[in-house]
Design a protein around this ligand. Sequence first.
Ligand SMILES: NC(=O)c1ccc[n+]([C@@H]2O[C@H](COP(=O)([O-])OP(=O)(O)OC[C@H]3O[C@@H](n4cnc5c(N)ncnc54)[C@H](O)[C@@H]3O)[C@@H](O)[C@H]2O)c1
Length: 491
Amino acid sequence: MNEQGKLPMQRRSVLGGLAAGTVLAAAAEAMPASAAGGAGQRKRYASVGVGSRNRMYQQAIWGPHKAHAELVAVVDTNPGRLALVGRSAAEAGAAAPRSYLASEFDQMIREQKPDVIIVTTPDALHDEYLVRALEAGCDVVTEKPMTTTAAKAQRILDAVQRSGRHIRVTHNYRYAPYRSQVKELLMANEIGDVLSVDFQWLLNTTHGADYFRRWHSQKEISGGLMIHKASHHFDLVNWWLSDMPVEVQAVGKREFYTPAMARRFGLDGPHERCHTCPEKAKCTFFFDLEGDPALKAMYLDQERYDGYHRDQCVWRPTIDIEDTMHVTVRYGGGTTLNYSLNAFNAWEGYTIAFNGTKGRLEHVVIEQAGISGLNGSSMGDAIQTRIIPMRGDPRDITPAVGTGGHGGGDTLMLAEIFDPNVTADPLLRLADERAGSAAILIGVAANQCFETNRPVRIADLVTGLDAPEMPPMPTHTQDVPMPPRPRPRSA
Ligand SMILES: NC(=O)c1ccc[n+]([C@@H]2O[C@H](COP(=O)([O-])OP(=O)(O)OC[C@H]3O[C@@H](n4cnc5c(N)ncnc54)[C@H](O)[C@@H]3O)[C@@H](O)[C@H]2O)c1
């Protein structure tokens, strides 16, 4: 580990194979084996970055989608985590994928001839693998955020154009049934044209604090919460509105996860990390990496290879991401968005309201994670969707729910990724590199505003960004019937 406690980026090894000649030679040799093998052959997948998120893809390939998918290779900088994949494969009764170090990525493509590369590395490294995979003739499934800067987004957009290959950005929040239902209500013209949106996202001090312990706490790696976390939310709004962002204004600050706050809480710290913290008994933000067998195996036991600490002190001064952010976005169709993200809240979830020409759609989700009171009391899970006509009685909508990760969204999204027989999606939830760019560029612009205090136009960040295909919405030019007269107020 370096002195700031950062995850070593290993950029030299990542960049090592990037010479254009190497890449084009790899493309020529890397005709996917399944393409050569004809119908009925399973698609060949390789995963890069086999930390916690990649497990979902492993389980999907070895479980419900094994008839159509095969995990042929895994790539990581950490040999310990690579070894864990072999063990998980054995437990799942699947053949172990071949392991490669990050420096052997091009060799992996030549030898294993994957059809699709799944990228689940830390965020700022996605672009390296996306571009190399596309140029080697592979399609890509990448975790969100697609990338962390405008320059990297441009590289990816250009590589898609050059290669003719495809990127799917796994914006899984779209697939949660209750969020898809909101999209359907908007498409059904329940509230008319949406003129403005008020959206507040709250992270609590369990999940929210965790961003300040991990690589996410360094803007260079995660882009900060405006990219890492809010790209989920900006993508939702882009898709809910079927629109593209045009201009962004924002302010952001970090005022809670600071050394000063540690001292206000009566600590002597900050210290380096929880595992060795002299104040672990006193600090209620202590994170017990050793006490959780899965986390211990994934991170603590593998530190000897890369020095990465997953339990860094949330009060340390080297954190450089914000914990309080306010953003205003103007969309191409005229809608305005007022968004905030707070990372130290008493509960976790969100409230969103769409203000339309015929009424208002309110949607509130209280998530379970970490909201139980100390006495066992709990706000409980809650999903509420309500249509409030401009003049008339409000109507509660029974929320659509699913099972599995992220409100059931992950299961539906994985089926769309791996099952070739899945039915066409009328909500067009598949996000490509254009949607992936639109989602991160709002955060890129917000990060820029935090520094300059000036509005940022999305068109000034990248060139050649077209809108992706999105479901049709009521438009601002459509005639709206005048609402009925209000009822007279009772005396
Ligand atoms: N869609 C969602 O809801 C969701 C949820 C969690 C994470 N994610 C995304 O998944 C990605 C991974 O997150 P995670 O929580 O699994 O992180 P993690 O830290 O658990 O795993 C990252 C892995 O990448 C490896 N790595 C680091 N540098 C590398 C390099 N140069 N080349 C190859 N591998 C390298 C690390 O050793 C580690 O195994 C991130 O982009 C994150 O934003 C998405």
